[in-house]
Design a protein around this ligand. Structure first.
Ligand code: ZN
Length: 95
């Protein structure tokens, strides 16, 4: 808000806050992005998979194809990256 503007009424400030909530963004039947607010802690609105109790249970393997994005694979890549970073830093001290 610009400093020379009069502060908005508290009710309107609350509206601004609600409008600033993250949006769902799911593709709608008309081709656009859903503009409904995403459910707290989720990325989609209540109509697009954000409803309580929806979605797969934690640890579900039904859609697993290669495990490239499994927690173990991601952790391994993270470790290798940090080792490479350390080696590069070490090389810098030797030269
Ligand atoms: Zn939606």
């Amino acid at each position: 808000m610009k400093s020379n503007e009069r502060p908005r009424a508290p009710a309107l400030a609350a509206l601004d806050e609600a409008q600033a909530a993250p949006r769902c963004g799911a593709k709608t039947r008309s081709g656009g992005a859903c503009r409904a607010p995403a459910v707290t802690g989720r990325r989609r609105c209540r109509m697009h998979g954000g409803a309580p109790g929806s979605g797969a249970p934690l640890g579900n393997q039904n859609a697993r194809k290669h495990g490239r994005y499994s927690a173990a694979a991601k952790e391994e890549r993270r470790l290798v990256r940090s080792l490479i970073r350390e080696m590069r830093a070490f090389n810098g001290t030797v030269r």
